[in-house]
Every structure is written in C-alpha cells, then in structure tokens.
Design a protein around this ligand. Structure first.
Ligand code: GLN
Ligand code: ZN
Length: 789
C-alpha cells in the first residue's frame, strides 16, 4: 500500500451551475438585459462555488481553466491569439464581445438573399455571407464521442499565435486569492490543432503550425509557474484516437519544448484506450500521466509497467461520463495492484472532466430513495474520488459509514427487481432466427408498397415535427403541472394535429405526418412511457453554449407496458386520405441520448429497446398505418473513437434497428431519418439497416453526401434533404429543384423522395409554409420535366 497520501483532483467540473445559473445569465446578457460585468460576476461566483466543492470534498487541488462562458475551445482560441480573421474585429472590440461573436455569429440587417450557391455570388460562396454582411458563427462539432459541442478553431496557412488573453491567469489569481491549491488546465497543443480546421485558399497542413504554436504554450506555462502554479493538466485526448504517424511523432519533441518552460505537467488522456500510443504517453517528458481507467481498465497494468517510477500516475476510476455510483470495492481492486506496481506517486480522479454529468443530486427529491442511492452526479463524484483515495492510503477507515452506504447502494442496484425483469431477458433469449430481417428483399417490398400507396414519382414529405408554437409548449407545460386536465389537453393536441394535417393537404404534400405536437423531446417522450427509464428534475448537461439537455436515466430492463403513439397517429390518419407516417425514435438514438446502465453491455440494452419499438411498429401496422418512420439521427455519433471498434458497434446497432423495423409485412413501408453527421464513411452499414426509405440531412453541405451515394449504390429509396431547416432562410423552388436534379444524377429518379433536412419544430409556421410550398413546386417541376423527357 502506498505510504504517502494519495492526491486527488478532478479533470474539470460542470460550468452551468446547479440551477443553470450560467445559462440564465448568458441569455440575459445576449438579450441586453445585463452587461458583461454582471455576467462575469455570475461566472466568478460559479467558479468560486465549484472550487469550494472540490475543497469541501477534500480534493488536493482546485482545477482552474475548465470554466467557459460558451466553450473551452473558444477560450483557447483567444488565449492562443488566433481568432479567425473573417470576423474582422476592430482593435477596440472587447474580448468577451469577440468571443460571443465567434460563438454565435454576427447578424446583419441586409440578409443574404436567395440565390443558389455559386450562381450569382461566384465560386466558393456556398452561402457564406459576404464581408460586411455579418458572419456565421464558428462551426460546432461534437467533442470526441460526447454530446458536448465545441467551436472549431479556423486556422490559415499564415495564422500566427500569440498570448492573446489574460483570462486564465486572472482565474488562477482568483482561485489563489480564495486560498486554493491550483492545478491549471489547458487543452494540449496537438489536440488543439487536431480539432481545428484548415481554412483559406492556400492548402496547408495544420500540423505545420505546431512550431509557431509551441512558443505560446511555453509562454503560458512560464507565466503560470511565475504565478506559483505547481501543476498544469494538459489534455491530449487525441492520444485515444487513430492518428497519422506525423501527429504521433510530433508529441515527443513538442513536450520536450514545453517541459523546459513551466510547472509540472500532468498529461491527461481520456475517453478511449491508448493502445498503440500507450508507450508514447508513458514516456513523454512530463511529470505525470492521467489515464481513463473506466474506458480502458485493461491498460492499467501496461501503464504501470511503462510509466517511469518518478512520474505521477493519475488513475481515473470514477466514471465522468455516466451517473452511476462507483463501486468502491471494484475501484480498489483495480487500484491496489497498480499501487503495488507503480512505486511513484499515485493520484485518484474521475475518468475525465465532469462536464458530461449533472452538478448534484441535491434537489432530486422526486426520485425515489432507492434509485437515487444508485446515482452520483459531479458533486457526489468528488466525494467518491476522496473516499477511494482515502481507503487506498488508509486515511479512511474500513468501517467508515460512507463505505458501508456505498456498498449497500451497489448491492441494492445489483439485486433490484426493477432492474432485472426475467420476461425481458427471456424475450431476448427467445428471439427467433431472422427476427432482424424483413420477409422479402427490398425490390419485392417496393412493388407491394407502390401498389398500396400509389404515390407520384418524387413523393414529397417532411421529417415529422411541425412548429412547436408557444401555444403548444404552454399547453404541454400546463398539462405537466396538472393545471390543464387530460381531456382539455387531448382536445388541444388533436386540434394541433388537425391544423398540421390540413396545412399539409393544402400544401399538396404526398405523405403526411401528425406533427409531434405532443412531444417535448424525441427521446424523453418514449422514455417516459417505457419501463426502465427514470427522469431527473435537474440533471442538466451542457450540450453547447447555453443549451443543456436532460438525458433520461436508463436504469433497468426496458419494456413497453402500453402503446405509445398509436392513438395520436390513428387520429391523424383519420383526418386525411393521404398516407400518414407513424413517427418513432429508434433504439440506437434512445440509447445514445440517455445515461445508460453500466451493468450490461450497451448492445444488450439497445436490443431491449429495439423490441419495445418493434411492438409499437407492429401495433401501428395493425391499426392501419402504412408507413412508419423510425428516426436514428444519433446512429453515427455512437461510433467508437477507434476504428477497430466500428464494426462491432455497427453490427449491433444496425441489428437493433432492424429488430425494431422488421416485424411488419412487405406492404408496410419503413422509413428512417438521419442528420447531424457526415455519413459517407458508413454508407454500407446504413444500407444494411434496410429501411425502405431513408431521409437524410444533405443541404448544408450542398449535397456533398450524394458523392458518397454516387460511388456506393444505395439500394433502397432515399430523400436527401433539399433545404436546411436550421436556418430561418427560405430557399426558392429553383434552388431546391437544382439540388434535386443534382440528386437525380446519382440516385435513380424512381427511388428519390423530396423532403427537408430535418424536423420543423424549431421554425415558425409562415417560414414553414413558404419553404414547403417552394419544395412542392420544385418536385412538381421536376416531375413534369421527367414526364416530358
Ligand atoms: N422526427 C423528428 C422531428 O421531425 C426527427 C428529429 C431529428 O432528426 N433530430 O423532429
Ligand atoms: Zn433530423
């Protein structure tokens, strides 16, 4: 057992505040209700509170630098002095104003007008506003395999770096003034470059900018040292990715250069195994290494073997990506051999930053005590880190009541009949051979469906949701609070459905939807009706900027006690002679957007959801619904960070989708929908889902996706989105017709559908009607062109 006390720390803490104080302050600031100083005061309060939580838990360090008003990568853009020149900031613009301009874009009054990309604006325009016409925000993309989105730095061949912000140093001083022992945190230079995007005419390799970037990192480290910071955590999570050799090779010289300058460096890796980078990570010239022992427990021995004895080994044993209470005995069983092997200093921490979990269980009184006892949010995870370290180095006695409480909770979860339902397990065991295959191949189904549906060529449809108007939101909220009675609520939702159906008929759409007025969220709506899910009052997690999501807690075997959508759908269908699509969320997306149980493989949990969705699909079919859409927008984001993990994931994920979809007759048409991602690299697997029709986001990339569909012959029908619903801009019918013609070059016209990119819930009705009218016109124009050709 280690003789010296084991130090403890966290890699980061959520920023929003337990009551989402930062969100409220940000939104007030953006509306002009509070000034920058008032916003900064809220930020300072939250930082102080979060550092205090770390101290109260007994952690050795308070982590400084993890706070961000919008996103930590955006703070690094300013720290490293590399704001994108397209924003054209004038010297007097305050730092925070520039920051929000990059994060949120700059609006203009003139707007951009309606023209096809490249037509009137010249090559390369692709609808980027012209200088002086405002600027779109920096692109946002997912932080590794999380649901957190960072702002993508834009680098040019001639980008120069400089120390561009005092914010980090001010925060360090702030923490020191509060009496904290500070560990500063930075995103590492290689991860920063890797996550950036190359911009500008001149092609270049952003890795070539490293030589210019390192002196600024050295300068930052020197400043931190001068200010009395002992330790700096430098995050290089890209060590968990498949990297080109040039990137791997850049690590060692880079860290030699940085090692000279400053305080002791703890190199932090997380989210994925180090695999071929394990030795490199252990041997870099830094003072310590943090590894994620939740995602890669199997590597701990190797790390302990390779890490020189004088270095700090920080072991992330408390899951920073999930909300389950840590089993202290399991954590100790993992740590004890490491402590015996690694004679140097051992630290204990969460696996990664706690940014990805909610702040605190305090206030979750609506959860029953049993279930609540199974959980640990960020604040509780700090306590777990301290407890585990204390048990390991003997500062906490084995008869400590906290240990007994943890053990009792773990035991209750393991044995609970709410978690383990024999009937669900039995159903999975009994799954018949072929349950994930349709009865006939697609060409046969296509004929049967054509005979039944009698749709025109290039059928028009939408993705499911229609505008969620203030009236709809108010009604749902009142119903939730119990203010609006069931009958009145039903009546109001039916009226909304009727409104949506009438509008669609008026617009001349071919396949209608009910509009999803009754749904707050596409996962929560189903989770609330399925067994095995629980909902927190305040379990918010930052998604991007001020946006937070509250993922359901998937704690037990999933079962469907009753039909979830049939009544609404049947009612909607009763209003029209046109076919109306039933609308469901797919098993992979439900899994991906929930906090998922960690006591069985994700694949198994996904399969349980798949059977519940399958029952719903079959019930819809039995109720006379001819088309059912099963949305899987999150299928790509579930991909493991390492390529070697892709195939196993895609195999079980696509099988889960097929289980949900394949309970029906040939005459029932199954649609799926995907968005938010680049799909070209998984087209064969998407095809393997065997949906009769896929509608997919494409318009933002000007049908880039279709390049992929051109080289890979997608076998079934497809509706590439012809307009971007994320923008209030209303494209003209010519523009949509142009995209459709482009699509028709690579997809046989007989297989082509016409639809927007995604659901319309965030738009208003006038925008929606105008855009859909143009879309229907575009489809009709193309139909008659096809007929006369
Ligand atoms: N059917 C959903 C909707 O239209 C799909 C949402 C999504 O793809 N994220 O809102
Ligand atoms: Zn979508």
């Amino acid at each position: 057992m280690a003789a010296s006390p084991i130090l403890t720390h966290t890699l980061g803490f959520p920023r929003m505040g337990a009551q989402r104080e930062l969100k409220l302050a940000l939104e007030r600031h953006w509306r002009g209700e509070i000034d920058a100083a008032a916003l900064e005061a809220v930020g300072a309060q939250l930082r102080a509170r979060h550092w205090r939580a770390q101290r109260d838990a007994g952690l050795a360090f308070a982590t400084v630098g993890d706070f961000a008003y919008y996103d930590h990568m955006a703070h690094h853009i300013q720290l490293l002095g590399c704001e994108s020149p397209r924003f054209g900031f004038t010297p007097g613009t305050p730092e925070l104003a520039r920051y929000f301009a990059m994060a949120r874009g700059v609006q203009t009054l003139s707007g951009h007008g309606d023209h096809a990309p490249g037509s009137t604006c010249g090559a390369g325009c692709a609808h980027a506003p012209h200088p002086g016409e405002g600027q779109p925000a920096l692109e946002m993309t997912k932080w590794f395999d999380t649901n957190y989105h960072y702002l993508v730095p834009e680098l040019h061949a001639d980008t120069a770096f400089r120390l561009g912000s005092e914010r980090l140093f001010a925060e360090v001083a702030e923490a020191q003034a509060l009496g904290h022992r500070v560990k500063a945190q930075l995103v590492g230079p290689l991860t920063f470059l890797w996550l950036s995007k190359e911009k500008g005419e001149a092609p270049f390799d952003r890795l070539d900018l490293l030589d210019r970037l390192l002196p600024v990192y050295a300068q930052i480290l020197a400043r931190l040292k001068a200010e009395g910071v002992e330790w700096v955590q430098i995050d290089e999570p890209i060590l968990g990715l498949d990297l080109p050799a040039s990137w791997t090779q850049a690590f060692e010289p880079a860290y030699w250069q940085l090692g000279k300058a400053g305080p002791q460096v703890l190199l932090a890796t997380y989210f994925s195994p180090l695999e071929n980078h394990l030795r490199l990570a252990c041997q870099l010239p830094v003072a310590g290494l943090h590894v994620d022992a939740v995602r890669a427990p199997q590597e701990l021995t190797g790390v302990a073997d390779w890490l020189p004895a004088y270095k700090v080994l920080s072991v992330g044993v408390v899951d920073g990506r999930n909300i389950w209470r840590t089993d202290p005995d399991a954590a100790l069983a993992l740590l004890r051999p490491v402590a015996a092997k690694h004679t140097g200093p051992l630290w204990v921490a969460p696996s990664c930053s706690l940014l990805h979990v909610p702040v605190s269980l305090a206030g979750e009184d609506a959860l029953d005590l049993e279930l609540r006892g199974w959980l640990a949010f960020a604040t509780e995870k700090l306590d777990e880190v301290a407890l585990i370290a204390g048990l390991l180095d003997g500062r906490v006695a084995v008869n400590d009541p906290r240990l007994a409480a943890a053990r009792a909770a773990i035991a209750s979860r393991r044995a609970s009949p709410r978690v383990h339902r024999p009937a669900v397990a039995a159903r999975l065991e009994a799954a018949p051979e072929g349950c994930d295959r349709r009865r006939s191949p697609h060409p046969t189904r296509q004929q049967a469906q054509r005979a039944r549906l009698r749709l025109p060529p290039l059928p028009t449809t939408t993705i499911g949701s229609f505008p969620q108007t203030p009236a709809i939101r108010a009604a749902r909220a009142a119903h939730r609070r119990g203010v609006l009675g069931e009958a009145a609520y039903q009546a109001q939702m039916r009226a909304e459905i009727e409104h949506a159906v009438r509008k669609q008929e008026e617009l001349g759409l071919d396949v209608l939807v009910h509009g999803e007025a009754e749904r707050n969220d596409m996962v929560e709506y189903f989770g609330e009706q399925l067994d095995g899910f629980a909902f927190t009052a305040n379990g918010w997690v930052q998604s991007y900027g001020s946006r937070c999501v509250k993922p359901p807690v998937l704690y037990g075997d999933v079962a469907r006690p009753h039909a979830m959508t049939v009544d609404w759908t049947v009612y909607a269908q009763s209003l029209t002679d046109k076919p109306l699509k039933g609308m469901l969320t797919g098993p992979v997306t439900i899994l991906q957007w929930s906090f998922v149980r960690d006591d069985q493989p994700r694949s198994r949990t996904c399969e349980q959801i798949a059977w519940a969705i399958r029952d719903e699909v079959v019930d819809l079919e039995a109720a006379g619904i001819a088309i059912v859409q099963i949305d899987e927008p999150a299928i790509r984001e579930g991909l493991p960070l390492r390529r070697t993990g892709w195939k196993p994931y895609l195999d079980w994920a696509t099988r889960a989708f097929r289980i949900s979809a394949c309970g029906v007759q040939d005459t029932t048409q199954i649609h799926t929908h995907m968005c938010y991602s680049e799909f070209n690299d998984i087209l064969p697997e998407i095809a393997a889902m065997d949906a009769d029709v896929i509608t997919i986001e494409t318009s933002r990339s000007d049908m880039e996706l279709l390049r992929g569909f051109g080289s890979f012959k997608y076998p079934n029908e497809i509706g590439p989105g012809v307009y971007d619903i994320h923008s209030p801009r209303i494209p003209g019918s010519q523009e949509m017709a142009r995209l459709l013609r482009k699509a028709a070059e690579v997809v046989p016209a007989g297989n082509l559908w016409v639809n927007p990119d995604c659901g319309l819930k965030t738009r208003n009705w006038p925008e929606t009607e105008a855009a859909l009218r143009h879309m229907v016109q575009a489809a009709r124009a193309l139909r008659s062109a096809m007929a006369s050709a």
